[in-house]
Design a protein around this ligand. Structure first.
Ligand code: ZN
Length: 418
């Protein structure tokens, strides 16, 4: 399988891009080469696809369900009771809806944490995307549950090997306030033994930090450090409440941090994400949307805009998070975080490419494409999406999208009445 994109704008010049199998093979002007698929890139710009560093994909079904509440109350009173009523079929359609939304806004890789692993894996396979899918672990400090979870995760991991290379299994201990030390440590050992990622919510709220100090006598980062859990394969979601010592430990252990500005703002978890300190300490910082129950959409361009504005606002410094840097957070940093050669349009990189419609009014005039994308446009400026060397959206149409919209709406209405 090969694709030739003709006359597309790339880094300010007009070029042709030749994709062979799943990678970018050649970038040249006026290339004449046989290809299975030929795309006219006139009036379009090629940019890397986005990486959503933290989400709960099937929670698209919760969009608009529990609004304007604090995190603890929101989780205990609304999300968890209703989540318990979800079936595998519900999760499958919720995940397909999430994938559809991500493709339509230019994202091809997401880092997920949700129930019914296979439902999301099937959705990702069918939609042609990439997913780092972590199996959720919550034992609520109950030893009987811990034992069950260990058996279940081992089985799921073995089953996950049936999927294509676009799907990576990951460990997903939910948080330090829902998972026992035994399970946290076991999950890390399992991750290390099988070369898997370890994905956890950490230091999301001030309450979490306070409770951690009370329960363990340590801040969340220090607690995981003491358990020996931190390492290169650990990705923490949020990290809103980090001390200087926390940042030094994360840097030393090469832990990756995913900032989810919309979710933090909406749940009022905190807004002083210490981006500059993390970056200066050498920590790889990515960007995520979190689930649609707390950020309401999966649009990475919106997440980039909010992340950038937020840094400027709380630091009273318009240079705090420049546009090219926030674009890297949403693209190449995500690739690095998940061990994939993604996020740049260069020879040898994986063929995950967005073609942007340059006649979108928000992209005119063309003084600065990244600034137009981040500050002016939304995900709907994406016209065509290529993932792993295959076209998964063309002229804003994704195969099967009408069926996804119909079924997601239908399962959500049945589930809410259960
Ligand atoms: Zn989350």
């Amino acid at each position: 399988m090969s694709i030739l994109i003709k006359n597309v704008r790339l880094n300010g010049c007009i070029s042709d891009i030749y994709i062979k199998e799943n990678h970018i093979d050649r970038i040249e002007e006026n290339m004449e080469i046989q290809a299975d698929v030929r795309i006219d890139g006139t009036g379009k710009a090629a940019i890397p696809t986005f990486v959503n560093g933290h989400t709960h994909n099937a929670m698209t079904l919760f969009r608009g369900f529990a609004e304007d509440m604090a995190l603890e109350e929101w989780l205990h009173e609304k999300i968890w009771p209703q989540e318990a009523k979800l079936t595998e079929e519900d999760v499958y359609w919720g995940a397909r809806l999430g994938c559809l939304e991500m493709i339509k806004s230019g994202t091809t890789l997401f880092n997920d944490m949700y129930w019914y692993f296979h439902a999301t894996a099937r959705a990702v396979e069918e939609m042609g995307m990439r997913g780092v899918l972590s199996a959720v672990m919550i034992d609520n400090f109950d030893a009987a549950k811990t034992a069950n979870i260990k058996t279940k995760i081992q089985k799921l991991y073995a089953e996950s090997l049936q999927y294509s290379g676009r799907i990576k299994f990951a460990m997903g201990p939910h948080a330090i306030y829902t998972v026992s030390a035994d399970a946290l440590v076991w999950a890390k050992q399992f991750a290390d033994a099988h070369h898997l990622l370890y994905h956890i919510h950490l230091s999301e709220t001030e309450t979490e930090v306070g409770n951690s100090l009370k329960q363990f006598g340590l801040r969340p980062v220090q607690y995981l450090e003491q358990l020996g859990v931190l390492g290169e394969n650990v990705v923490i979601a949020h990290g809103v409440w980090l001390s200087d010592e926390d940042i030094a430990v994360l840097a030393k252990r090469k832990v990756k941090v995913v900032h989810n500005p919309n979710s933090n703002l909406k749940l009022a978890s905190g807004y002083k994400f210490r981006y500059q300190e993390l970056r200066d300490a050498g920590v790889c910082v990515g960007l995520g949307t979190d689930g649609c129950s707390s950020s309401n959409n999966l649009d990475m361009l919106e997440a980039m805009k909010v992340a950038s504005l937020l840094q400027k606002a709380w630091r009273y410094d318009p240079t705090a998070l420049p546009v090219d840097e926030v674009m890297k957070m949403g693209t190449v940093n995500g690739g690095n975080m998940f061990g994939l050669k993604l996020g740049r349009i260069e020879e040898g990189y994986l063929a995950d490419i967005n073609l942007i419609n340059l006649s979108d009014p928000a992209l005119v005039p063309r003084h600065n494409l990244n600034a137009n994308l981040v500050y002016a446009a939304g995900g709907s400026c994406v016209d065509t999406v290529i993932c792993d060397g295959k076209v998964i959206m063309e002229n804003r149409h994704v195969p099967g999208e009408e069926e996804i919209i119909r079924n997601a709406q239908e399962v959500a209405m049945h589930w809410i009445k259960r």
